[in-house]
Design a protein around this ligand. Sequence first.
Ligand SMILES: Nc1ncnc2c1ncn2[C@@H]1O[C@H](COP(=O)(O)OP(=O)(O)OP(=O)(O)O)[C@@H](O)[C@H]1O
Ligand SMILES: [Mg+2]
Length: 149
Amino acid sequence: MEAVIFVGVQGSGKSTFYRERFFDTHVRINLDMLRTRQREQLLLTACLAGRQPFVIDNTNPLPSDRARYIGPARQIGFRVVAYFFETPLRDAIRRNNERAGKQKVPVPGIAGTFRKLQAPILEEGYDAIYKVTISPEGAFVVSETIDKP
Ligand SMILES: Nc1ncnc2c1ncn2[C@@H]1O[C@H](COP(=O)(O)OP(=O)(O)OP(=O)(O)O)[C@@H](O)[C@H]1O
Ligand SMILES: [Mg+2]
């Protein structure tokens, strides 16, 4: 039973990483797809009740964004982990520019998320925090952060 919480600006590679690492094992909970917090809550509740591993694939920039998942998941006995997609703003904007159609988001939105983003810390209640970066070749590199990232 594992709850995975992604943290990272638009264009940092979260959904791509989900497809690569978690597609076969974890339900994806994504606010862009679900549209409303009410529908998100319904799916989250179903995962918790069913002891179904899941990934929260939102930008989740603030501790308060993450807290709504951490408390309920821990209470049920899930292992709770954060994946922090640390990326320079310009790299996120460049990757966003390469996206097509509705996938492409306005640059001020990315910059706004970048400005307010607070890196996850263990005190929020995680069992582990992983940092995800993208190598020049485009490979995801994952490392566990021992203390604060
Ligand atoms: N490892 C990678 N190497 C090269 N390009 C990548 C990599 N990961 C993602 N990309 C590209 O970067 C863009 C953004 O990736 P992705 O959609 O996964 O970001 P996201 O964090 O889910 O963004 P959002 O929060 O807006 O949903 C996409 O065009 C994707 O193809
Ligand atoms: Mg995404």
